[in-house]
Design a protein around this ligand. Structure first.
Ligand code: DX5
Ligand code: ZN
Length: 222
């Protein structure tokens, strides 16, 4: 299964509703929602209030990627606002089992996120509990960064770990994915492809979404 998840971090917020609907019309599967607090990452974005407004109009699942300190404090608010998927970073979540169980108990899909410099071995135990892993292919904080090439090997290794521990887990990859590398990332084992600037910097967002989605569909047919 290959799913396209546009990240609204690179949207024009003046036209946010219109641009999200362009993604919907273009065949996106999920809307990726990057939450940053200016502490865990050096940038500040948006919170549950915005997610709630999007939820009222957007028919797609909403995927809240929490780049914040003390994520457990805000998880109930995000799920109440309508987040269907919630992920927390392994790097700032000491009681990771408790937090993953909290997300599931509140009715959302639970994900663990891992930064480019963090060893995959740290995921081994929590893979028994999560619904998805979000592997960062840039350092979190900003859209428009360059894809770190070593991520391809990491996705391959993660795929092998997931297949041996819990094959139902989906692998989501986030950062620097564009039309020139999306198929490479997909082929090494990603299921959910997050694309921010690669969708929203296009003149025609709907056409760009459709193009990326069609690339994923035709690669699956091979
Ligand atoms: C980075 C965010 C990403 C980002 C991706 O911290 O988690 O979701 O928006 O944007 P691009 O595709 O432009 O790298
Ligand atoms: Zn993200």
């Amino acid at each position: 299964m290959k799913l396209l998840a546009p990240s609204i971090l690179s949207a024009d917020f003046w036209r946010l509703g219109e641009q999200i609907m362009a993604c919907v019309e273009g065949g996106a599967d999920i809307i990726h929602f990057d939450v940053m607090d200016g502490h865990f990452v050096p940038n500040i974005t948006f919170g549950p209030v915005l997610l709630e407004s999007i939820k009222k109009h957007c028919p797609l699942p909403l995927d809240a990627h929490l780049m914040i300190e003390n994520p457990e404090r805000y998880i109930p608010d995000f799920i109440k606002a309508g987040a269907d998927m919630v992920s927390v970073h392994i790097e700032n979540t000491p009681h990771v089992h408790r937090v993953i169980e909290l997300i599931k108990k509140l009715g959302a899909k639970a994900g663990i996120v891992i930064n480019p410099g963090t060893s995959l071995s740290l995921l081994e135990e929590i893979l028994h509990y999560v619904d998805f892993v979000l592997l960062m292919s840039v350092n979190p904080g900003f859209g428009g960064q360059r894809f770190i090439e070593r991520s391809l090997q990491r996705i391959r290794s993660l795929r092998a770990m997931v297949d041996s521990i819990n094959p139902n887990i989906l692998i989501e990859v986030d950062g620097g994915i564009k039309e020139d590398n999306i198929l490479k990332v997909s082929r090494v084992g990603a299921n959910i492809l997050v694309v921010g600037s690669g969708v929203f910097s296009a003149q025609d967002i709907e056409a760009q979404t459709r193009k990326l989605k069609n690339m994923l569909i035709s690669s699956e047919a091979l």
